[in-house]
Design a protein around this ligand. Structure first.
Ligand code: FAD
Length: 299
């Protein structure tokens, strides 16, 4: 990992830096470039404005008590209700981080809470995808996924190409009805479990694309990388995949013209806990740091 990225990733986990940045006079623009806003209404408004399919993420990570997990569940239930009321539920699904609904406290609490979100999503006719966090949570997240899919077979999960294990996970999750969102991976992971050379990550991503395209599931390719997007299109032809049997996904605020060209699903984060998410986006690209720092001084 390059030194700047490592520094920002460390800052993302550092409480002192967190409170410094959170209290700094950050212009609304820099946060709004990557985050839809802080409220349910903001999330619904951005969904309507985008005019593309979306997956909405209520920002909140590393929940440390049950009350906080409950608040996250309630936020998702309120969101699903609001999307339904606005007639947007068919094009808007939700993404859930299990750590936000209690995974670190107790896996069964996370399962119960995620089940409540899945039940509400099912009622309004949409789906849920489980985000993937650092590698210490992968097994737990996949166990919860298996449980959820027994009742709601459409529950999807993210797999991260940078992990050595992911090709095997792609193969075992490529069956009929499965929904896998394949991304490169955004956490600072050790070389013992992850490829650390970006080229190796790309090669792993392509191997995973092959495994998913060869299966009968519904792959969701989450990347902004132009080379990978080209390869995915080429592999779709090779595996004779109809255009509606897989999709592209991109993050809110990144490569918007390409999102429209591909009809991609947009991952739209919202909520008051935007700090950790923003830091990961900044860490991905030095140019974003410049944009961020400039916004601090040019308000
Ligand atoms: P990169 O090589 O990082 O980027 C390719 C190109 O995309 C860059 O050259 C640039 O033009 C553009 N770009 C990429 N990032 C940025 C940025 N921040 N700002 C501006 N331009 C940019 N990661 C997880 O670990 N767990 C998850 O659950 C998860 N869910 C995701 C869901 C979706 C829908 C997406 C799109 C990503 C998700 N990620 C997740 C993040 C992912 O792992 C990568 O960190 C991120 O997508 C950047 O990788 P990339 O494939 O776009 O390739």
């Amino acid at each position: 990992m390059n030194p700047l990225r490592a520094l920002i990733m460390a800052a993302a986990r550092n409480e002192a830096v967190r409170s410094l940045v959170a209290s700094a006079p950050i212009s609304r623009d820099v946060v709004r470039r990557f985050v839809a806003g802080e409220t349910t209404q903001d999330a619904v408004a951005v969904t309507r404005e985008l005019g593309l399919p979306v997956t909405l993420d209520y920002l909140g990570e590393d929940t440390t008590d049950e009350a906080q997990a409950e608040q996250v569940v309630r936020a998702y239930l309120e969101l699903l209700e609001a999307l339904h009321a606005a007639g947007l539920a068919s094009k808007a699904e939700v993404s859930v981080k299990l750590s936000a609904v209690g995974q670190a406290l107790d896996e069964s609490l996370a399962l119960t809470n995620a089940s409540r979100i899945c039940a509400a999503a099912g009622q309004v006719g949409t789906t849920v995808t489980l985000d993937m966090e650092d590698h210490t949570t992968t097994d737990s997240t996949l166990r919860v996924l298996t449980e959820l899919r027994e009742q709601w077979p459409w529950v999807g999960a993210v797999l991260q190409a940078y992990l050595h294990r992911t090709l095997d996970d792609c193969k075992s999750l490529s069956g009929n009805g499965s929904r896998v969102r394949l991304c490169k991976g955004a956490y600072a992971e050790p070389a013992s479990v992850a490829y650390t050379d970006p080229h190796e990550v790309d090669l792993s991503y392509v191997r995973c694309v092959n495994a998913l395209m060869a299966g009968d599931g519904y792959p969701m390719f989450a990347t902004h990388d132009p080379r990978l997007i080209e390869i995915i299109g080429e592999r779709a032809r090779w595996y004779d995949r109809a255009r509606d049997s897989y999709e592209y996904q991109m993050l809110y605020g990144i490569r918007q013209a390409e999102q429209r060209r591909l009809g991609a699903r947009v991952y739209v984060p919202y909520g008051e806990q935007w700090y950790g998410y923003l830091m990961r986006r900044l860490a991905e690209r030095p140019a974003n740091v410049t944009f961020f720092l400039r916004s601090l001084v040019s308000r």
